[in-house]
Design a protein around this ligand. Structure first.
Ligand code: NAP
Length: 281
């Protein structure tokens, strides 16, 4: 079984991005810039944002974090996004989710210019991805896609089962696999026989949020299994895939932690660079 090392893949990607930033700097005399808006003091969000800032600096991006207290009003945030949309030194804007209840998430997402939407959540980017046009792609599914392609460069004709249909993970993952000519089944909480669906798959991507949902006898030999889940349990952080069982049958499997997670931030940096390059065309 191939243990898919997300940490190593992310480090390799960051190294490539670092070179690209240095080339862009020579060519345009400026570097891509990522601005993150962080509202409130939720610890996980603080940690994510700190890691994003650290990684952005590591590859040579200009990075900035704008912090607001929980009590900030929606207009202040929307006005700031408007200002950043017009700022040429800002290539990518990310508003760290979740937001306090009094701020409308969708309004915030739609305020970000699609050309600076490094999360790929703006409806224009969602539409472009599903129509097969150039777009920002949500970072976690993009990371999963890059890991799958490392194991199997040609996905044409493969049967893929995506478990979970969230806008964040399942739906964009499905679009990426379709684009690669996979036959994709997208499953969810109302799917009648999830085990039977998974047993058909050459590729399984599990993005559910249920600890160890995908069992060893749900996976056929030679399947690539990507585990997006991050679940806190009594035995520590586990994924949506029963690692010990599935690792005995799968062709390749991502561990949790150390699989998909590290790729997510690296893909955010990649998206920022792509936004910059498109803005220079
Ligand atoms: P989400 O928005 O809660 O969506 C979960 C999806 O799973 C829904 O579509 C739901 O179906 C489906 N589901 C629930 N129970 C199911 C069942 N028994 N069988 C089949 N499908 C079922 O979750 P998310 O935001 O996509 O996140 C999923 C997991 O990924 C979480 O553990 C999250 O922490 C993790 N995550 C990891 C990263 C990373 O960087 N590694 C990034 C983001 C998220 P319905 O639509 O029918 O409700």
């Amino acid at each position: 079984m191939i243990l898919i090392d997300g940490k190593k893949a992310a480090a390799e990607l960051r190294e490539e991005l670092k070179k690209e930033v240095s080339e862009l700097k020579s060519k345009h005399n400026k570097v891509p810039g990522l601005t993150v808006i962080l509202i409130g003091d939720l610890t996980p969000s603080q940690i994510y944002v700190r890691n994003k800032e650290k990684s952005a600096n590591e590859v040579g991006l200009k990075s900035e974090v704008i912090r607001y207290p929980d009590s900030v009003d929606e207009k202040t945030v929307l006005d700031k996004i408007n200002e950043l949309n017009k700022d040429d030194t800002v290539s990518g804007i990310l508003v760290q989710l979740p937001l306090p209840k009094h701020i409308d998430k969708q309004k915030v997402i739609e305020k970000i210019s699609p050309s600076k939407d490094v999360d790929g959540f703006h409806p224009i980017n969602v539409g472009n991805l599903s129509s097969g046009y150039e777009s920002s792609i949500p970072c976690t599914p993009l990371g999963c896609y890059l890991l799958i392609k490392k194991i199997e460069p040609n996905l044409t004709g493969k049967k893929a089962v995506v478990v979970g249909r969230s806008n964040l993970n399942g739906k964009p993952m499905t679009q990426l696999l379709l684009k690669e000519n996979c036959t994709v089944t997208i499953t969810h909480s109302r799917t009648k026989d999830l085990k039977a669906e998974c047993l058909e798959a050459d590729i399984i991507v599990a993005a559910v949020g249920i600890p160890e949902l995908v069992k060893g006898d749900w996976v056929k030999k030679d399947t690539i299994v990507i585990d997006v889940g991050i679940n806190k349990t009594e035995k520590g952080i586990v994924g949506d895939v029963a690692f010990d069982e599935v690792s005995k049958v799968a062709k390749a499997l991502t561990p949790v932690p150390g699989g998909v997670g590290p790729m997510t931030i690296a893909c955010l940096l990649k998206n920022t660079i792509e936004c910059f390059k498109r803005s220079q065309k």
